[in-house]
Design a protein around this ligand. Sequence first.
Ligand code: ATP
Ligand code: MG
Length: 252
Amino acid sequence: MNQMNARVEETNRRLQERLMHVSRLAAVGEMAAGVAHELNQPLAAVANYAQACERLLGMPDPDLEEVRDALRQITAQAVRAGDIISRLRGLTRARESLGELTDVNALILELADLIESDARAHESSCRFELAEGLAPVTIDRAQIQQVVFTLVRNALEALDERPIGAREVVIATARAADGDVLIEVRDTGPGIAPEIAQRLFDPFCTTKPAGTGLGLASSRTIARTHGGTLDHRPNSPDGACFVLRLPQPAGR
Ligand SMILES: Nc1ncnc2c1ncn2[C@@H]1O[C@H](COP(=O)(O)OP(=O)(O)OP(=O)(O)O)[C@@H](O)[C@H]1O
Ligand SMILES: [Mg+2]
């Protein structure tokens, strides 16, 4: 009897070890997919700016200031890609770095050039509605910028389905009644397809032929590690609105 117990225990232990191994592998796979998704954005931006440089330099009387701007963007994007990789190298360090007191408006304005050039590429207009007097929040700057950029990208991709002239994305900040800081990304696109509304934030949920379906899932994870939330609601009169809520710093 004891022998049988021992054997059952041994089998259980092995089974558990295997399960741990499988779930660790799954976690690594998910993380790799997340990093691939994050890296795609700065890499695409670098390629775009490099192409722009080539085009500008091919003109008879090239505007060197414009070329210099594009080169600066390339540097900034390469640094961003580097940040993403160093986060992967030391996930524990990433947690320690969660905690720079940040003005979200300034954080968004740092992305303005990138957002505007992306909007131009999608023949869409973009507008910033930044509220005054927002309290600074304690955040991992690169991660929150990543979320904003993911939401803007999604909005611009949704707007591709609308006629030119009816494409607008608005990036807004606001103070919630309870003092939390809100970042909203609104678009005038077709809105969320009803058949995926319930699964929108699930990993791999996508309606795009080349989509990974990881943008919103990883964005919500980032929101939650900050003690915040990421949700969506219909925009009025049409389109989608995503709301990132960041908790106000304690004591305010
Ligand atoms: N602003 C939006 N308007 C309409 N639908 C949206 C919007 N944002 C997201 N969605 C829907 O949510 C799905 C999931 O978005 P998510 O960013 O997670 O992945 P994806 O955009 O499909 O893929 P990837 O981010 O890898 O390109 C999209 O496929 C799209 O159907
Ligand atoms: Mg996306």
